[in-house]
Ligand binder design. Sequence first.
Ligand code: ADP
Length: 439
Amino acid sequence: MRRRLTIVFAALSLAAVALTALGVLLALRFPAEVIALRRVIIVCAAVFFLTAAAGAWLITRLVRPIDPDGDERPDYPELAPLYQRLDEQKSLLRERRGALEDRQNKLNVITENMTEGLLLMDAAGVIILMNKSAASLLGVSAESAVGRHIFAANQDNLLLAAVHMAMSGARDREQVSLGGRRYSAIANPVLVDGAARGVVLMLIDVTERAESEDMRREFSANVSHELKTPITTISGYAEMLAGGMVRAEDVPSLSRKIYSEARRLIALIDDVIRLSNLDEGGPDARLEEVELLSMASAVCERLEEKARDCGVSVELSGEGTPVLGDGLIIDEMIGNLVDNAIKYNRPGGQVWVSVERREGIPVLTVEDNGIGIAPEHMDRIFERFYRVDKSRSKDTGGTGLGLSIVKHGAAFLRAGIEAESVLNKGTKISIIFDGKGGN
Ligand code: ADP
């Protein structure tokens, strides 16, 4: 509108200039004859000039472009209600825009600082939003992934299966491996009127939980297996006895076998219960002052007969050293170490138990000159049911859980463990009561 008016008034101004020029020219050429004509032209020119000036003034006054944010308005009372309404709409829009920006900022802060991966997809699986964690877990850049199908970001079958399930309207959860860690991929459909309009995918790190579940599962399988062997033996022998299939002179030896298997079973069950208790953080444990030397002395006394039977001598040295811990747990730890030092030894062998302070820190050491452990087994001897020589362990009544109990007990007491061994020379294991859980 403004443009058109400007063109019209500019044309009028030009015409006025042209007519004026024509008038001046005629006046110069025909000074006498065209006086009347000259006057008409001059009047026309004046009228055109005035019209152009008025037009220009009108254009600038009335037809001003609308400044969306400006408050300057022509003063027309009839337009006031319209302007008022426009103002209301404008401030409402401004408010809404501010609220939306605010909400978007808050959402960005939350999603970008989440450790969990978060992805938002439309109904076709095209990524709409991907937070920083999701991008780094999937090994892609969020900028390049947004706007592309989830398949372009990751091709893990289970992850895609979860997304597809959510696209069909049902929630799904799968465990996926990303970058060497385990994640729970939870895909939730975004339902509008019962139809899936999008998918929200969360990736939560469950590595530790999955590993401990694996360990528990493996432990249960191992326990069942370990329990089965003595029970099968006991029930077989008992059946033979009950069926009168054993000669009278064989009854005592068979009974001894049943007794020894039953003892093994009890030892195994006791160890499993101890380990379970430690796994649960030692619910019955109490922290009290325990004197290490007298505790070690009691253990040595208890195992004296076993040592004698094995032809091994046990020597205790050190000074009274109090530590803060649970008496029962410390007793079991020392017991397992001394028991192993006797078991994995030779007739004539020696065991040295010492209690000392190293730079003020209480340390209990059990050393032997027994069969020793080859270096390749050293990393695994603290694992549950790990035995270097399975038959020797079983023959000597081992459960494969002794060192595991030592390790878990140390973790409970926040004590460290040092183990060194030389095959055929001997083994030395120390518990360092530094309250730090290792050194
Ligand atoms: P076990 O009940 O079989 O003794 P442990 O958990 O106490 O189970 O020990 C695990 C394995 O470590 C044992 O089977 C044995 O092979 C080895 N081991 C432990 N202590 C010693 C030691 N003092 N000397 C040699 N080998 C040992």
